[in-house]
Design a binder for this molecule. Structure first.
Ligand code: HEC
Length: 475
């Protein structure tokens, strides 16, 4: 892979045939990589020999769609405190929870475990990542559990950054006395890292638009679910004034589904100095976000590996400056052309001192021609319903000859207002929410809906701009 005329990276596969590696952390004490897989395994991988050992299987992980074994952190003083921390979903009767577990590592196995905290979970939006700050406290990025109120409620532990001691206690200097809550107003963070200056950075999935990158500070409110992305709408600006909310340092529309965010402390790639590495699911890329001197602004964005290895969910780096990425092509939302044989895999990116015969270059983002129905569909619908509109049985319904697509009014209603109730499509139940697209212009809604109604085997009439206008007015 080419970074510049002077810098080329080799890409080696360390291990393949994994099942959704979700989080991955290099451990400088053991010189090995620890990683989780969504169904419950925690493994240790030796990056010299590529030998992998499953060191523990969490017995009570509830895996369904995005739920399962998720984040992983390693104690910063591993020599004296050989602890791993992980979080995952569990189900007891009808109730779903997110559990935070501490595991004591001893001679290549887990000797003891202890649940440190258990919070409410849901069928989606459970977060979650873990990281130790420079202050040696553990930070947990939790999801809003699909709740309409939790993220803005400072007394709920969902939709928050929680801060705790390595024993799971509430630090005496937390900003709210006696509470784990450190910052709030989050939807579903999928990345968490600490920069060289100690700034805590999260990546977060937006609803239909506005993915976010946030710089986390104590007591700050990041706006969800009253504000999405930048404070750009009049009602958002009003809420921001009244509630003193904080804007993201970067936002992406159309969404890229950012997952892992990682700041390599021992980076040796000159062009990537002082940068965050961002692994993306929908965008199927590795983005390198160069920070300014103060590490509060993104000054440059480069896109690598676009559509090459598929979805990227986990990133870590070692003390020699090698970067490791893990793919996520066997998760609940398979994309066109993936998974391929051997997915999922962990790959190492390292500097090489020769120019290889074949290499990939950075991807130049084209200005999308966002007028055609096809481009709009790609930007706003394909990430869920698929390029082929087939959806994923049980998770996302198909858009091929369904009663909603066939019925003009029903179709417009769903697209404009979203759907939150359970529906049945072709005898299969769906219970995940569908976001509202009322922020799109009438012309855009007409283009998208017409495109869907005249493609994918659908042979229905066009939808006019007038019809979209009328539907909006009726609401
Ligand atoms: C974040 C994922 C997501 C995105 C993006 C999304 N949808 Fe959906 N969509 C869903 C889910 C989930 C349902 C089922 C909702 C439920 O169960 O209540 C759904 C349901 C539907 C339905 C009704 C059921 C059916 O299959 O006929 C239509 C029509 C639809 N979506 C069209 C669209 C269009 C058009 C776009 C782009 C403008 C879009 N969706 C974008 C997730 C998504």
């Amino acid at each position: 892979m080419k970074v510049s005329d002077n810098t080329f990276l080799g890409i080696e596969e360390l291990i393949d045939s994994l099942d959704v590696p979700w989080d991955m952390q290099y451990n400088a004490t053991t010189h090995s990589i620890f990683f989780t897989e969504i169904k419950g395994n925690i493994s240790e991988l030796d990056p010299e020999t590529n030998k992998r050992k499953i060191i523990y299987t969490i017995p009570n992980v509830y895996h369904h769609r995005t739920l399962g074994l998720l984040g992983l952190a390693i104690h910063p003083d591993f020599k004296n405190k050989p602890y791993l921390y992980t979080c995952y979903t569990t189900k007891e009767g009808k109730n779903i929870f997110s559990e935070l577990l501490r595991l004591r590592y001893e001679k290549g196995a887990i000797a003891e475990t202890k649940v440190l905290l258990k919070i409410e979970g849901a069928t989606g939006h459970n977060g979650s990542r873990l990281v130790f700050g420079k202050d040696d406290f553990l930070y947990w990025a939790t999801g809003d559990a699909h709740s309409k109120t939790y993220a803005q409620d400072s007394t709920s532990l969902n939709g928050k950054i929680l801060r705790m001691t390595d024993e799971g206690g509430i630090p005496s200097d937390n900003p709210i006395k006696g509470s784990y809550v450190y910052a709030w107003g989050f939807r579903n963070m999928q990345g968490l890292t600490v920069t060289s200056s100690g700034h805590i950075i999260t990546s977060e999935h937006g609803d239909a638009i506005e993915d976010e990158l946030n710089w986390i500070r104590p007591l700050h409110n990041y706006g969800w679910n009253k504000i999405e992305g930048y404070h750009d709408l009049p009602e958002e600006q009003e809420y921001a004034r009244e509630h003193r909310t904080t804007e993201p340092i970067k936002s992406w529309t159309p969404v890229i589904a950012p997952a892992a965010v990682h700041y390599p402390l021992f980076n040796k790639i000159p062009e990537w100095k002082n940068s965050l590495l961002l692994g993306n699911l929908k965008d199927q890329s590795l983005r390198v976000l160069e920070l300014d001197h103060s590490q509060t602004k993104v000054v440059n964005e480069r896109i690598y590996l676009k559509d090459y290895y598929g979805r990227i969910r986990a990133i870590t780096s070692d003390h020699k400056g090698n970067v490791y990425i893990a793919t996520s092509n066997r998760d609940w939302k398979p994309q066109t052309n993936f998974p391929v044989a051997g997915d999922d895999r962990i790959l190492r990116l390292s500097l090489i001192d020769f120019v290889p015969e074949h290499y990939q270059t950075a991807y130049e983002e084209k200005d999308l021609d966002m007028k055609s129905g096809k481009a709009l569909y790609q930007a706003y619908c394909a990430s869920c319903h698929g390029q082929d509109a087939k959806g994923a049985v049980g998770s996302i319904p198909s858009l091929r000859k369904t009663e909603w697509v066939k019925d003009e009014s029903k179709f417009l209603d769903v697209v404009l207002n979203g759907l939150t109730s359970e529906i049945e499509v072709e005898n299969v139940k769906y219970d995940q929410p569908m976001p509202a697209f009322n922020f799109l212009k009438d012309e855009e809604i007409a283009e998208i809906t017409t495109y869907v109604r005249t493609n994918f085997g659908n042979t229905y009439s066009n939808i006019s701009v007038g019809k979209v206008k009328d539907t909006r007015i009726k609401k």
